[in-house]
Design a protein around this ligand. Structure first.
Ligand SMILES: Cc1cc2nc3c(=O)[nH]c(=O)nc-3n(C[C@H](O)[C@H](O)[C@H](O)COP(=O)(O)O)c2cc1C
Length: 427
């Protein structure tokens, strides 16, 4: 039996319960609402993305703006990737080497202006040594970071979870964009993140959590890149959160990792899948329609495809079938019925009483007993991202649900575990 000390301390300290959400209601400081875009000054060269160019389109389909919402006095933008509370804590950097239409260099994806900012050209130097490689790699090497205050402004201590979930969604977006642009990826969690945080001049406000490479090896030696970047304010206002900083530092090192070498093998019709990516949105309300058992099986099959990485943690997928034709309602895992009956109200209650969890066709709970917290959390939301796209592709809606009663979900699934993410799909 696993005890409190077997799981990541931060996770145990940031559980929601019926009591906690009522005793410590979240008050938002609207005067200090953080900015969601980071932009380097105009002294840096910016290259406008041109979707006619294959590699530009590849970048845009990762996190580009796909919708604008206007309310009296405010305008905000929605993107390819979902984000808890639309707070978008993550930033995307990449090295390009030997690619058409993108000069060799290190770039920041400037999402607001749909351009990429050249931070430094690369030649016999590059980021390869920072991920343990001493030869030049042709292709793309991405680094995903979080400016955590964008999220902790609203979600307080629990925000580190959301930063990791949102970062996993970006990895999932890269997976999807790589698929439509015929590229194969590999995720790296084991690299010296602190050294890179310093290299990019992050000043403790922003930190890297993952790397993804789409590369072919060469035999040409490469030296460590030196950068001299200004520290850019990416949130307008910033408040330090000691618990989050500790959680980040405590989860930096990976250990006892299993390596997943197998690549994903999707079977989507690519043009339609492209449209699915552009049109993806989080559903706000379900009209309680059912999905078919075949559709559920197709989706589960997509979720279980390998995620190629150097630290592959096991994620358990529990699902509450509320409305699936020809399937007994109840709680399932690995096609096994764990508890039968209409559990829809219970599922909604567990998602902090959100109707999304109750009115869905299926509500999912993703859990893990793994030790590599950054890797397992990001993997959970790569799976979550697949769930968004697979259900949207089949004509159904999906929403991520980051708020749930942790311990009560454990009691419900009868497993003492770490609950990472909930999601609901349906119509
Ligand atoms: C990690 C994560 C957690 C989320 N949690 C919730 C939630 O608890 N309730 C909810 O209604 N929406 C939730 N959402 C949906 C976001 O509100 C939505 O992604 C955001 O508003 C952007 O809109 P879009 O997904 O339509 O682009 C979540 C999304 C993510 C990625």
């Amino acid at each position: 039996m696993l005890g409190f000390e077997d799981f990541f301390e931060y996770h145990m300290q940031t559980k929601h319960s019926y009591f906690s959400v009522r005793s410590f209601p979240n008050r938002l400081d609207w005067n200090n609402q953080p900015n969601v875009f980071k932009t380097y000054p105009d002294t840096f060269e910016k290259i406008q993305l041109d979707l006619e160019k294959n590699n530009h389109s590849f970048i845009y389909y990762i996190a580009g703006i796909t919708a604008k919402k206007t309310y009296p006095g405010v305008e905000y933008y929605l993107r390819v990737n979902p984000s808890a509370g639309a707070l978008y804590p993550n930033e995307i950097y990449f090295q390009s080497r030997g690619n058409s239409d993108i000069e060799d260099g290190v770039y920041h994806f400037d999402i607001k202006s749909s351009s990429i900012t050249l931070l430094k050209k690369v030649d016999d130097n590059g980021v390869e040594p920072f991920i343990g490689l001493d030869t030049k790699q042709n292709g793309f090497i991405f680094f995903i970071s979080s400016i955590y205050y964008r999220s902790s402004w609203k979600y307080k201590n629990r925000a580190f979870r959301y930063c990791l979930l949102d970062s996993g969604h970006i990895l999932g977006s890269i997976e999807a964009s790589a698929y439509i642009h015929d590229k194969e990826y590999e995720i790296i969690y084991n690299f010296d993140k602190k050294e890179l945080n310093n290299l990019f001049g992050f000043d403790e406000k922003e930190f890297f959590t993952s790397c993804l490479k789409i590369t072919t090896n060469t035999d040409k030696k490469v030296e460590k890149l030196i950068l001299d970047l200004p520290t850019i304010d990416g949130s307008f206002y910033f408040e330090t959160n000691k618990l989050i900083e500790k959680a980040y530092n405590d989860s930096l090192k990976t250990f006892d990792c299993s390596i997943q070498k197998e690549k994903v093998n999707f079977n989507y019709q690519k043009e339609f899948f492209k449209q699915t990516i552009l049109n993806r949105r989080s559903i706000r309300e379900f009209t309680k329609q059912a999905i078919t058992i075949n559709q559920l099986e197709t989706i589960l099959d997509i979720l279980s495809q390998p995620i190629c990485s150097d630290c592959d943690e096991k994620i358990d997928i529990y699902y509450v079938a509320n409305r699936v034709k020809q399937l007994r309602p109840g709680l399932y895992k690995d096609n096994q019925l764990l508890e039968k009956g209409d559990l829809s109200s219970k599922a909604g209650y567990l998602c902090l009483e959100q109707d999304l969890g109750k009115d869905s066709a299926v509500t999912f709970f993703l859990t893990s007993k793994g030790k590599n917290y950054q890797a397992l959390y990001q993997k959970a939301s790569i799976i979550g991202h697949r769930l968004y796209l697979a259900s949207n592709y089949l004509g159904y809606g999906c929403s991520g649900i980051g708020a749930y009663y942790d311990d009560e979900v454990c009691e419900f699934v009868k497993d003492n575990t770490q609950v990472l993410y909930a999601l609901a799909i349906g119509k």
